[in-house]
Design a protein around this ligand. Structure first.
Ligand SMILES: [Zn+2]
Length: 240
């Protein structure tokens, strides 16, 4: 024997009922998942980065999608809800981004497709790194040295190698930036905001060119928490 089931509100015949209501009527009365419809996002216009947690990351579609997915998954896990086929569509504007989110979830044995809209409001902010870079902050110097009379071309090629390695590192580290390039008698110096970036870049270039990095440092002060602050020097001796 077949029992026709129907929605007690709209009368629609269906077996997909949640507490007597069809999916549509249930969704009209219940918020299945509480996701904020608005969220503030700190945005540094100068570096093109947004703040997520304690990190400043590039304002790329990929990163913003990740952020929105994170909001949905966090809300879902608090409700012990499963999330299937989570999709995010972004519509960027000058000072805000509309994110349309869709996903499926099971409510009392019935698969429900949910759609949410989150408006991300970009709030002007300045990252610590931007502040440092604009005040000529630096932690390290990369010295490129050549045995004798290097040509302009040789030096330019090495400089480009160092700068492009720094640029690649900047995706991860905002302070991976050359704040100055200075000529020296037997080569040139690249002044770098982050010593971690200088360290990584010189090691990479040394490995590529089969060189050794000659490292030294000098004490130049004490930081806010009373620790010694050093300036780091990395010397790469090229054989032209
Ligand atoms: Zn209904």
């Amino acid at each position: 024997m077949h029992l026709d089931r129907f929605c007690v509100k709209c009368g629609k015949e269906t077996n997909e009922l949640i507490r007597g209501l069809c999916v549509q009527c249930h969704l009209e009365k219940n918020t299945i998942l509480d996701v904020p419809s608005k969220a503030m996002l700190d945005y540094d216009y100068r570096s093109g980065r947004i703040k997520v947690g304690r990190e400043w990351i590039e304002k790329s579609s990929e990163n913003i999608e990740g952020l929105v997915k994170g909001l949905v998954l966090k809300a879902a896990s608090q409700k012990r809800m499963n999330v299937d086929g989570l999709m995010v569509l972004l519509e960027p504007h000058d000072d805000n981004i509309n994110a349309a989110v869709s996903f499926g979830t099971e409510v009392e044995g019935v698969m429900v497709k949910l759609e949410k809209k989150i408006n991300l409001i970009l709030r002007k902010a300045v990252s610590d790194a931007t502040t440092k870079l604009s005040s000529n902050y630096f932690e390290a110097t990369i010295q490129a040295r050549f045995p004798e009379n290097p040509t302009q071309k040789q030096q330019r090629e090495r400089l480009e190698e160092i700068l492009s390695a720094l640029k690649a590192e900047k995706k991860r580290n905002e302070l991976a930036e050359a704040v100055a390039v200075k000529k020296s008698r037997k080569g040139f110096d690249v002044v770098v905001a982050s010593y971690k970036a200088a360290d990584k870049v010189t090691r990479l270039i040394a490995k590529r060119n089969r060189l050794k990095v000659i490292y030294s440092n000098s004490l130049f002060g004490i930081d806010d928490s009373g620790r010694n602050k050093y300036r780091h020097t990395y010397c790469l001796k090229f054989s032209n």
